[in-house]
Design a binder for this molecule. Structure first.
Ligand SMILES: N[C@@H](CCC(=O)N[C@@H](CCS)C(=O)NCC(=O)O)C(=O)O
Ligand SMILES: [Fe+2]
Length: 285
């Protein structure tokens, strides 16, 4: 009980960075691939991070970032997408200073490769991956290299948690106060990413979700990369108790995932090769 009260108090401090200004969060939608793109910003320093931008809506996102007076540091991908071309390459051109980011295990090109345990800092905030946390710069100075996220009151961050299974390089980004998680295609609302291509593995996905996401606080908000049913957000508690696939045993889950019989994504044949090169780098028109 005391621990729960402390956690809430810490989170309130954290979300306000100790100085009164809450984190800025915008959820945008791309209707062809049903992809969500998330903009996270620090209202004081104006530094921002964009998660899972899409090529076609990158100009929209760049415009919003300019209108809000933000400076985009990173265009981050939760994985090498199969259903759309990432906007992270184009955003580097549209917003000079922005660096593209993807996990090293994805095998894809980017300015920065992250691993489980790495943190991405923007303003007073940090994004960390939940499984592989180390920021390694390919081509630029490693100014953003951070040690494992420190437990500091009044600071926010995104942690990187490796959550493989949909693809081997999938990661989940968790705000350092554990109030929100950006799960990519590992965990969808009442669903999960398919495991029948891109070296997917149902057993691996099951363990990723249970060990890296379901261990977060029940009221942690779940923001997925896609939704096909009109939902926008869930919570860890909701998915832990109501997700029709992930409430099953691992054995039952593997069986169901092996029999989804979904048509392949329409853009897969050109999206995957393009995303391995970090998408399209310059405006096409
Ligand atoms: N119809 C869409 C593709 C839909 C799809 O396959 N979505 C993937 C996530 C993107 S790689 C998925 O994992 N779906 C799981 C599910 O249960 O639907 C298109 O043609 O783009
Ligand atoms: Fe995907």
């Amino acid at each position: 009980m005391a621990e729960a009260v402390l956690r809430v108090a810490r989170r309130q401090l954290s979300q306000r960075g100790g100085s009164g200004a809450p984190i800025l969060l915008r959820q945008m939608f791309e209707p062809v691939s049903c992809t969500f793109t998330y903009l996270l910003g620090d209202r004081e320093s104006r530094e921002a991070v964009l998660i899972d931008p899409v090529l076609e809506t990158a100009p929209r996102d760049a415009q919003l970032i300019k209108e809000l007076g933000l400076r985009l540091l990173y265009a981050v991908n939760t994985h090498c997408h199969a259903d759309h071309i990432t906007g992270s390459g184009l955003l580097r051109s549209l917003l000079p200073g922005c660096q593209s980011v993807i996990s090293r295990l994805s095998g894809a090109q980017a300015d920065l490769h992250i691993e489980d345990g790495d943190s991405i800092r923007f303003g007073r905030f940090r994004l960390s991956l939940a499984v592989l946390l180390r920021l390694v710069s390919n081509s630029r100075p490693q100014a953003t290299l951070l040690p494992r996220p420190p437990k500091v009151l009044g600071l926010q961050a995104l942690e990187t948690r490796a959550s493989p299974g949909h693809t081997p390089g999938c990661v989940t980004f968790v705000l350092n106060d554990h109030s929100m998680a950006f799960t990519g295609d590992a965990l969808l609302i009442r669903g999960c990413g398919r495991t029948d291509f891109q070296q997917g593995c149902a057993k691996t996905l099951y363990h990723s979700v249970h060990e890296k996401i379901f261990t977060l606080p029940g009221d942690c908000l779940i923001y997925p990369a896609h939704d096909y049913h009109g939902f926008t957000v869930s919570t860890v508690e909701e998915e832990r108790t109501l997700n029709p696939r992930l409430t099953l045993s691992c054995e039952e889950f593997v069986k169901i995932m092996g029999n989804l019989n979904l048509p392949k994504p329409q853009q897969i044949d050109f999206a995957v090769p393009a995303n391995m090169r970090c998408g399209v780098q310059t405006p096409t028109a």
